[in-house]
Design a protein around this ligand. Structure first.
Ligand code: HEM
Length: 367
């Protein structure tokens, strides 16, 4: 209740303009007051689950690297999986390892590179529309987060479904957008066990959307046409999944890819733009670099990417200041000791990030 109250309170007011990078009090509102009261390593309760929060980079390394084999993926709540899909970000154990093996090659740089011209072309079209909306005056006001929305959507649809199934995927993506809105709303409320089964109007809409999304994806999979990796064409993610996963696994994994890619990319693009607005000198440096390496009238290609060093710095700094993923969770597979703490098997661990706490973890016992 207290965590929910702090979160609601933080979201009810704008960020402090004198501290534009201080996102932690907003995105993890409960953490700064807890840290102030109990220090960098402390125990909190998530409902019935005690969680130990740790913020030292050494400990995070211990968990994610040194003792990685003793930790498994987090088992997400069914409500979360209903929206995010039972895909890589929500699977654990053997199922995660199998899906990971199947999809890893899809994420190799060589496979993803052919998507660059598509991204460049989409951005050019968006900029042309923006220029047209300025009525020739050269100035237009846009809400950056909304304006960038369609870009990740188009890119992920193409990556997941390929060119031939791209249009049909759009409708599914839009349904998932609506489901995301309902899910966000539910997330700001106190969690009541069994609530999601009550036939309330919002729940009925959720069930309807979940059914429609499944149906849409099932139709796409039934009609799947696999793009071959020929002539520099990117192999879409579906074509990696098709030979090795069941229909249900492919549906869940596609939902998960739509979810995992959309908000992360939107958030990165939005914050990069806002950061550049705060630092016009970096805008100039980035512009000069693009003009020197790509040229005024050309579109960037995969060969330009490694040379755009200033842009890469801007992206990395944006991810450091405004990480798209503020928390990742692991569960201890066996009893172990961490920095003088006994961590029983079943303990959950969350690692998060934001400038002040470059890394942040929660450890929580579920026993
Ligand atoms: C700015 C962009 C992105 C950021 C910052 C980001 C960040 C992350 C982080 C921190 C994780 C680790 C989660 C964990 O270990 O629990 C993760 C996992 C994952 N992300 Fe992203 N991501 C981004 C874009 C994308 C995109 C575009 C896709 C796909 C279309 C994607 C798909 C995934 C998947 C499938 C996983 C799970 C990997 C696994 O568990 O094996 N992400 N991402």
């Amino acid at each position: 209740m207290e965590m929910l109250r702090l979160t609601k309170e933080a979201l009810s007011r704008p960020m402090d303009p004198s501290d534009p990078h201080g996102i932690l009090p907003r995105v993890l509102a409960f953490y700064p007051p807890c840290r102030k009261l109990y220090g960098p390593k402390h125990l909190i309760w998530f409902g019935t689950k005690p969680r130990l929060m740790i913020s030292s980079p050494e400990l995070i390394r211990e968990v994610l690297v040194v003792q990685a084999e003793h930790f498994d993926r987090y088992e997400a709540h069914p409500l979360i999986c209903q929206f995010e899909g039972y895909g890589l970000t929500n699977l654990n154990g053997d199922a995660w390892a199998r899906h990971r093996r199947i999809l890893s090659p899809a994420f190799h740089t060589e496979n993803l590179k052919p998507i660059v011209p598509f991204i460049a072309d989409t951005v050019r079209r968006m900029c042309d529309e923006l220029a047209a909306s300025s009525g020739g005056g050269g100035e237009a006001e846009v809400e950056v987060a909304k304006w960038f929305g369609p870009l990740p959507q188009e890119v992920i649809m193409l990556a997941t479904l390929g060119r031939r199934n791209y249009e049909a995927g759009r409708a599914v993506f839009e349904l998932q957008e609506e489901l995301g809105g309902l899910f966000d709303h539910a997330h700001t409320k106190v969690f009541v066990p069994g609530y999601r089964f009550l036939p309330l109007r919002s729940n009925v809409r959720v069930w309807c959307l979940v059914r429609k999304i499944r149906k849409g994806l099932a139709a796409l999979i039934a009609d799947l046409q696999v793009d071959d990796d020929e002539g520099g064409v990117m192999r879409d993610f579906m074509s990696f999944m098709a030979p090795a996963m069941t229909k249900n696994e492919m549906i869940e994994e596609s939902k998960n890819l739509f979810f995992a890619g959309k908000e992360t990319l939107s958030s990165l693009l939005t914050w990069a733009t806002i950061s550049l607005a705060m630092h016009p000198e970096w805008q100039d440096r980035a512009r000069q670099e693009v003009l020197a390496i790509v040229g005024r009238h050309e579109l960037p290609t995969k060969d330009h990417l490694p040379k755009l060093k200033t842009l890469a710095m801007i992206v990395n700094e944006t991810l450091r200041l405004y990480p798209s993923v503020v928390a990742t969770i692991r569960t201890a597979k066996r009893d172990l000791e961490l920095d003088g703490c006994v961590v029983p098997a079943g303990t959950e661990l969350i690692r998060g990030g934001a400038r002040r706490e470059v890394s942040l973890m929660h450890l929580s016992s579920i026993s």
